[in-house]
Ligand binder design. Structure first.
Ligand code: ATP
Ligand code: MG
Length: 346
């Protein structure tokens, strides 16, 4: 987005467009994939949009219902993660999903507009079931609850990773359907997909995931980063450093492209050339990646350490954000019920 546009949106003041995005507290930290898919855009856009960022504990339950004792730690961890990225609680309203009761009401209403077979066919569901997740109703209706996440604050833009694009499109369709049936209540939300696409896992799987045991976390120590990078999946066809290597789709080069600062770009181009010709070993390139990642992570680690010293402040930011979001949520819900003519006792 051009800076000019950011300034224009900002000047709109009260009529600023809104962003909704969020994360599942299935771990107590973000990983590099979350950064590429969503966090990077969040940081960029917090000045230009009114931001609502969700800690999606209800979504976490769909796969982690047997790990609720970790939730509190994970929720705090994600809040620390958001704050250490430089997100400013004066600009951003943080919401704890399970405490925003209006959402469940809207999700129910939206479920009555949802075709069951559509939920059955969603690719993300198939993926989760293939991974051995429980075949629960909660997992099926994930997109309906996510549509409520997005529509309740009347979000215009939803920064998410590519894996979540279909869910945002699902919310779009529901907004259009609702507006057509009952009158214009919801803006039609747009997904904003991170430039880097889906970041692969250190094991070469197509997606790095909090729950997939293939992630480099923003809280990993320099030593952990080194250990993970040095055992990373690269080009499986390449046995010796003198074999011709493939750069495209190779996670080491994908990470290099995603996290290098401008001053490193020339060296990366050089390594790509040498790698293709079989003139540089994996170990040398990986060592370079360790350096790049630790340079990227250092300031984030420092900021997190500052917030870690103030747990009461972190909790307060989430509590007060949720309170504020509920006021907006109640306004939307009143409009929804009025449009549907089910506002009986108001
Ligand atoms: P889980 O494995 O528990 O689902 P996750 O790693 O997929 O965790 P989420 O909390 O589900 O993380 O997603 C948070 C945001 O990060 C979403 O916008 C999602 O699209 C994005 N995201 C997650 N993994 C990646 C990835 N590997 N590449 C790009 N974006 C990602
Ligand atoms: Mg996920």
């Amino acid at each position: 987005m051009a800076d000019g546009k950011i300034t224009r949106e900002f000047k709109k003041g009260k009529n600023m467009k809104r962003i909704l995005t969020g994360d599942r507290p299935t771990y107590d930290s973000f990983h590099l994939g979350n950064y590429v898919g969503s966090l990077k855009n969040r940081v960029k856009l917090q000045d230009a949009y009114e931001c609502f960022f969700l800690v999606a504990d209800l979504h976490a339950l769909t796969t982690h219902f047997d790990k609720t004792s970790d939730l509190e730690k994970n929720i705090r961890g994600l809040m620390l993660g958001n704050l250490s990225m430089g997100l400013d609680p004066k600009k951003v309203t943080f919401i704890l999903q399970s405490q925003e009761l209006e959402k469940l009401e809207l999700a129910y209403i939206l479920s009555t507009l949802t075709q069951r077979t559509l939920l059955e066919r969603q690719p993300a569901l198939k993926e989760k079931l293939d991974q051995g997740e429980q075949d629960s109703l909660g997992l099926y209706q994930y997109p309906v609850l996510m549509a409520a996440d997005i529509l309740l604050p009347k979000a215009n833009l939803v920064p998410v990773g590519k894996d979540q694009k279909a869910h945002v499109e699902f919310a779009r369709d529901l907004a259009i359907k609702f507006n057509k049936l009952y009158g214009e209540v919801f803006p039609v939300p747009e997904p904003l997909i991170g430039e880097g696409g889906t970041l692969p896992g250190t094991d070469g799987q197509i997606k790095m995931g909090k729950s997939l045991n293939n992630a480099i976390f923003l809280t990993d120590t320099p030593e952990e980063v080194e250990k993970k990078v040095m055992s990373m999946y690269t080009d499986p066809k390449r046995i010796h450093a003198t074999d011709l290597g493939t750069v495209e789709g190779n996670p080491v080069f994908i990470y290099l492209d995603a996290f290098a600062s401008d001053s490193d770009k020339q060296q990366i181009t050089r390594y790509k050339e040498l790698y293709r010709k079989g003139q540089v070993g994996d170990i040398e390139v990986k060592k370079f990646l360790v350096k790049i990642l630790n340079n990227f992570l250092d300031p984030i680690r420092k900021r997190r350490a500052q917030f870690e010293k103030q747990p009461e402040l972190v909790d307060k930011i989430l509590r007060e954000g949720t309170k504020k979001a509920r006021i907006e949520a109640q306004k939307t819900l009143t409009e929804v019920k009025k449009a549907m003519k089910i506002d009986y006792f108001v």
